[in-house]
Design a protein around this ligand. Structure first.
Ligand SMILES: NC(=O)c1ccc[n+]([C@@H]2O[C@H](COP(=O)([O-])OP(=O)(O)OC[C@H]3O[C@@H](n4cnc5c(N)ncnc54)[C@H](O)[C@@H]3O)[C@@H](O)[C@H]2O)c1
Length: 404
């Protein structure tokens, strides 16, 4: 391979497609991952994650000789950090992966290099990494460029969005911003928006917090409407006829690795100031708890009326419709919670996008809907729309399957 111009650190859902795209543009990429299986899979021209068109992109990039994976970084001109940023026990952001990735490349840095963080990060992370780098290599101060550039692709459409989405690019100084913009211009056709590193970091957190707050509004409405005897789906449809109102749809909570996580990065740092953002997280978490309580109440009412335990179909585990991703999924939490007080009634757990689960015994959605006394829609998967339900079956629809 040509000597690498770019080193990407982290070959997951974001780092791998980004690496393939850069390599496809004729820029040699050395992709680094601490997971040997990932490295071996990529070097064989294959992929370890599910993402349309990624297999072809990686196969071509590896075959062309422009993309190679390794467990260790090598010297390059540009370093791209795309490692996980989860939260710790108390919802505190964990930037230890970003720090480990940065430490790994400090010995390789030279004058003129560009260092970019793409991992979703708390405000100030890029500056922290700059301080770390200069504490170990003080002679590089003012001689390298450092920037933050968040990723906002939609899983399932990553190969398209990586190229076409607008990007926000924030350097620690103007020269860093310009250098990072020139880097992305090589393979991004969306608009590039310059700013500083702290604003770019906050921009990513703001985007997902905005979604969380708006969903919390819909979820709060759904609980109010339940008490008031109003169909929330009809209510939202009607309210949205207002030319300047656009309320989102309620669900059984909020999940996934972005919207349910990123707002905590703001709350942890600015707890007194982030009152709506913190409250939205509480409301969305509470919605899942509320749904579990509704199931419990319906079960008790059935027992009293029929003198036996009901069969209950729990429809969906994923964090949103038509995917197989269960990360932070409120439906999974609800299922775990209601199973805690399972007696001899039978629960049928359904997730049409997964064949087998390590913990839950899964049932085909048609069979579950046929035999259940209570059908609980937790996720609006397309398979559930149009299922025929008899008069004797009670339906708890937390996600609008029967109302869309
Ligand atoms: N997946 C998304 O849709 C998405 C969207 C926007 C932003 N992000 C952000 O992008 C970042 C990466 O997310 P992802 O979904 O690609 O994660 P991922 O878990 O799919 O991949 C991360 C990879 O990094 C590797 N890794 C961990 N520590 C490492 C180290 N020190 N050196 C080398 N490799 C290391 C892991 O083995 C893993 O393969 C996160 O901050 C995430 O919040 C993700």
């Amino acid at each position: 391979m040509n000597s690498p111009k770019v080193v990407t650190i982290g070959l997951g859902y974001i780092g791998l497609p980004t690496s393939a795209l850069i390599a496809q543009n004729g820029i040699p990429v050395h992709g680094v991952d601490i997971n040997q299986h990932v490295v071996d899979t990529v070097n064989a021209g294959k992929i370890h994650i599910v993402e349309p068109e990624l297999d072809e992109a990686v196969a071509k990039a590896v075959e062309s000789g422009y993309f190679k994976a390794d467990t260790k970084p090598v010297a390059a001109d540009t370093y791209l950090v795309v490692v996980p940023t989860p939260f710790k026990g108390d919802h505190e952001p964990d930037i230890s992966y970003v720090q480990a990735a940065t430490e790994g490349i400090i010995p390789l840095l030279k004058e003129g290099d560009l260092f970019i963080i793409e991992s979703t990060s708390p405000v100030g992370t890029t500056e922290k990494m700059m301080t770390l780098i200069f504490s170990k290599r003080p002679n590089l101060e003012g001689k390298i460029s450092l920037a933050y550039c968040p990723e906002r692709v939609l899983p399932g459409n990553v190969m398209y969005e990586l190229i076409h989405n607008d990007r926000v690019i924030g350097g620690v100084d103007e020269q860093s911003t310009l250098k990072a913009m020139a880097f992305y211009r090589q393979f991004v056709s969306g608009e590039l928006h310059p700013t500083n590193a702290r604003t770019a970091e906050m921009c990513k957190l703001t985007e997902n917090s905005s979604r969380d707050v708006q969903i919390a509004f819909a979820n709060e409405l759904s609980i109010i409407c339940d008490k008031a005897g109003i169909n929330v789906w009809e209510l939202i449809r009607l309210a949205n006829k207002h030319p300047r109102v656009n309320i989102l749809q309620p669900g059984c909570g909020v999940g996934g690795h972005c919207i349910a996580v990123d707002p905590y990065f703001i709350v942890a740092e600015y707890p007194l100031e982030s009152r709506i953002i913190g409250k939205a997280r509480e409301i969305n978490n509470h919605k899942a708890f509320w749904c579990a309580e509704k199931i419990r109440e319906s079960r008790q009412a059935f027992q009293l009326k029929h003198n036996r335990n009901p069969k209950i179909a729990l429809m969906g585990l994923a964090f949103k419709p038509n995917i197989d991703d269960l990360r932070e999924a409120p439906a999974k939490y609800i299922v775990q919670r209601v199973l805690q007080d399972a007696q001899d009634e039978e629960y049928y757990i359904v997730e049409p996008n997964i064949h087998e689960h390590q913990v839950f015994k899964l049932t085909d959605y048609r069979r579950a809907a046929e035999v259940a006394d209570i059908i609980v829609y937790l996720v609006a998967h397309k398979e559930f729309k149009g299922l025929v339900v008899s008069e004797n079956q009670l339906v708890l629809d937390f996600c609008g399957v029967t109302n869309s």
